[in-house]
Design a protein around this ligand. Structure first.
Ligand SMILES: Cc1cc2nc3c(=O)[nH]c(=O)nc-3n(C[C@H](O)[C@H](O)[C@H](O)COP(=O)(O)OP(=O)(O)OC[C@H]3O[C@@H](n4cnc5c(N)ncnc54)[C@H](O)[C@@H]3O)c2cc1C
Length: 391
């Protein structure tokens, strides 16, 4: 079966392409800068140019700063942005907090928070994990105690991506310590400028300060920061996770990487021919191209569910496992093909492909951990998808 987009959708794709060509520096996608996810200032500046076009979240309703485009247009947009390696910041807000607020937030919360996301004025981070609550998230210990019309929050979060830039955090805290663990959690929206919040960046092995520890000491959050019902936050949190796991933005990014790698193998002389003539290497690249198509169509399956107003669940876990493990296979193949040169950073004159694969080899390790480890997601697929008994 071959899927085709409509003529209008293809025209939209061309419009996005033309905009990116005009707004990104010449040859941007092949420059080391495009891979430097920590180039926050450039990313912000670029997004400020997207905002007036209502392209921060084009599929959101117009009243919240989107264009009300269909989900397939959003997919096209994501594919083009990722293919051109356009900066993608605040994805926790556009990708999963925003849709969660639209489902569970009050009218006041929608009016207060959604426009700031689509104007790119307010950056968000996701405060779920704690040092003893990652896979077993429901055992989290951050406490929120009601005090009049406020909650007083105490505890520590960890691995919070982009918290060092965030203005607000959506987070989980325990509001009933005596209830069964899934039933005593609430979902909060917290202003990061509130007194009592300390953010400490953590540097990963690729040298990026991508995630953080956050300490909360007697942080007072007004009742207006509570999303949904008290003690029912777990169910909201899992909806956010389903949105997170079904993200459809990676296909274009991997396609660009694989094209670069294939072109490199074709151009590199080896044994009187090119690297691409090596049967094993050729078969490896062919596998990666086939898997890339699988990844794309798995994402399209989830989008078609969302287009029918269904919230994907184990289907999102399938995508997350496949995406994240694919990113590791791709990075691994890249480093093998590029050899020792592949380990050099993009600013070295001897680096290959702007140092991309040395970098993704390190950063992709976290891909099978973030947003749920592969083991946890396989359990979800086994129990909810295949109906197997819990082990
Ligand atoms: C790049 C990155 C970005 C992140 N960003 C954020 C963020 O923005 N916000 C946030 O809240 N968190 C974030 N995290 C944290 C992430 O959600 C947790 O790391 C993840 O949920 C795993 O938790 P853990 O690290 O405590 O590992 P653990 O839960 O301690 O797991 C350790 C190992 O045991 C395995 N394991 C645990 N329980 C089971 C089980 N029941 N069955 C089988 N195997 C099991 C796991 O699969 C894993 O291999 C990020 C993590 C990474 C790597």
């Amino acid at each position: 079966m071959e899927f085709r987009f409509t003529a209008e959708q293809e025209a939209f794709r061309e419009e996005v392409r033309a905009f990116l060509k005009q707004e990104l520096p010449e040859g941007w996608a092949t420059l080391p800068g495009a891979l430097a996810e920590d180039d926050y200032a450039f990313g912000q500046e670029f997004l400020r140019r997207l905002a007036p076009k209502r392209w921060i979240a084009p599929a959101w309703p117009e009243e919240f700063g989107g264009l009300g485009l269909g989900l397939w247009e959003q997919v096209i947009f994501n594919e083009e942005m990722a293919y051109q390696r356009a900066p993608l910041l605040n994805f926790a807000a556009t990708g999963y907090l925003g849709p969660t607020i639209m489902m569970y937030g009050t009218d006041e919360q929608k009016a207060q928070h959604l426009p700031g996301i689509t104007s790119n004025d307010v950056q968000w981070c996701q405060g779920y994990s704690e040092s003893e609550a990652g896979s077993d998230l429901a055992s989290l210990q951050m406490s929120a105690v009601e005090d009049g019309d406020e909650f007083v929050i105490n505890g520590q979060k960890i691995w919070t991506s982009q918290a060092n830039y965030a203005d607000w955090m959506f987070m989980l805290a325990r509001t009933d310590p005596d209830a069964p663990k899934h039933k005593g959690i609430s979902y909060f929206l917290v202003d990061m400028k509130t007194p009592g919040i300390t953010v400490r960046p953590l540097v990963n092995m690729a040298g990026q300060a991508g995630f953080n520890e956050i300490f909360l000491e007697d942080v007072r959050v007004p009742r207006s920061g509570l999303v949904g019902e008290l003690n029912r936050g777990w169910y909201i949190a899992t909806t956010t996770l389903d949105f997170e796991r079904s993200s459809s933005s990676v296909y274009g990014q991997y396609r660009r990487s694989l094209e670069g790698l294939t072109a490199y193998a074709k151009e590199t002389r080896w044994n009187g021919g090119s690297l691409l003539d090596e049967p094993k290497l050729r078969a490896k690249l062919a596998d990666l191209w086939i898997e890339l198509s699988i990844l794309r169509y798995l994402s399209y399956r989830v989008v078609s569910m969302q287009a029918q107003k269904q919230v994907p669940n184990y289907e999102a876990s399938i995508i997350k496992v496949f995406n994240s493990e694919y990113s590791q296979r791709l990075a691994n193949a890249g480093l093998h093909i590029l050899g020792l040169h592949g380990q050099l950073k993009g600013d070295s004159p001897h680096a290959r492909l702007a140092g991309e694969f040395g970098r993704t080899y390190l950063t992709s390790v976290g891909a099978t951990i973030a947003a749920g480890t592969s083991e946890i997601l396989r359990s979800i697929i086994a129990t909810r998808g295949l109906g197997l008994p819990r082990g």
